[in-house]
Design a protein around this ligand. Sequence first.
Ligand SMILES: [Zn+2]
Ligand SMILES: [Zn+2]
Length: 74
Amino acid sequence: MQYRCEDCRVDCNQAKHLLDVHHQNSVTMDNRRSNLRALCKTCHAARHPNWYEIDAQDRQKLQQMRAAQGLVRP
Ligand SMILES: [Zn+2]
Ligand SMILES: [Zn+2]
């Protein structure tokens, strides 16, 4: 698996802890590839606004990485 967010395309190879695996159908036992999505913490938090809290430091780090990689968040 590539350490790249499938939403914003940020490359997390240098900071793998910033990348999560999201389960599309919310069933965490279902690990079929079609059900999995690699998401950086920012994008993952956006999928779970009710309970996912991203660390301010992690959010800032991801912003810096996106800028350094020429990616701009829509
Ligand atoms: Zn992302
Ligand atoms: Zn998730």
